[in-house]
Design a protein around this ligand. Structure first.
Ligand code: PEP
Length: 279
């Protein structure tokens, strides 16, 4: 299915995952440079004019500074995590209502660094997706295999398990994601947004080849479509050592709809270059 083909219109999205980087002043400076850069190359980060949607995922303490710096722009903000519960005795955690209140429209769910550092299970990730949707946040579900899993020929089985589990809260009502307004033009179905992030490619410089990414994306699209049904667009981002040098080859693949960018999203010029080739 091409972007222009039959079926629900898919989105182009370029997201920056800042991880545990930046202090508030640096984050503000980045946002100002990003907005200047978007304006100077005629990109508005607005889906209606054919530019990719742009989303930044700062760490929690940076959210107020980033929200202020992005105010009035089309660049959206997301949280890197949330707790499944709405409130309560969960020291150090952050709830959906809190990140929504801080100005987030998106939330990362199941990033491999959280699966690794915090032993997040598929089941916990599913609870986080459910909480995001419950609070009107758009979940960006991350899936991806480790190097060992790829070498053992388990890639597609891992992707299927993570995807079906992560989306299981939506299985009984996939249209629920369409109620999430994040970034969607008026009347448009927001749909599912999934990032394929092979763990072996994250922060290593070992980007997946366009063919490897396409193979995974094609599989994820078919698997997600079986769950989401006909009218729900599925947007698939690739993540893993994306740079301006490899983005064009990846985005040229029919099932790559955008990027989740880590390291290169810390440099506004690199991030802008990736956005520019993703429209
Ligand atoms: C990420 O952490 O989501 C990521 C893709 O990182 P990097 O681009 O640095 O590989």
């Amino acid at each position: 299915m091409s972007l222009e083909g039959a079926g629900p219109r898919r989105r182009r999205i370029v997201a920056g995952n800042w991880k545990m980087h930046f202090l508030a002043a640096e984050a503000t400076g980045f946002c100002h440079e990003l907005l200047r850069g978007l304006a100077s190359v005629g990109l508005s980060a607005h889906t209606e004019v054919g530019s990719p949607e742009v989303v930044l995922f700062p760490s929690f303490p940076l959210l107020p500074a980033v929200a202020a710096a992005l105010a009035g722009s089309e660049v959206a903000m997301g949280a890197q995590d949330l707790h499944p519960a709405d409130r309560g005795a969960h020291t150090g955690d952050v709830s959906g209502p809190q990140v929504l209140d801080a100005g987030c429209r998106w939330v990362l769910c199941g990033h491999s660094e959280r699966r690794r550092d915090h032993a997040e299970s598929d089941e916990l990730v599913a609870h986080k997706v459910a909480a995001a949707v419950r609070h009107g946040l758009a979940p960006l579900l991350c899936v991806g295999e480790t190097r060992e899993q790829r070498e053992a020929g388990e890639t597609l089985a891992v992707l299927e398990r993570q995807l079906l589990s992560g989306l299981s809260p939506l299985a009984s009502r996939p249209a629920a994601v369409g109620e999430v307004p994040a970034g969607a033009a008026a009347g448009e179905h927001a749909g599912l947004v999934i990032a394929y992030e092979p763990v072996w490619a994250i922060g290593t410089g070992l980007t997946a080849s366009p063919e490897t990414a396409q193979e995974a994306h094609q599989f994820l699209r078919a698997t997600a479509a079986g769950l989401a049904g006909e009218g729900v667009p599925v947007t698939l981002l690739y993540g893993g050592s994306v740079t301006p040098a490899n983005a064009a080859g990846l985005i040229a693949q029919p099932d790559v709809d955008g990027f989740l960018v880590g390291g290169a999203s810390l440099d506004p010029r690199q991030f802008l270059a990736i956005i520019a080739c993703s429209g």
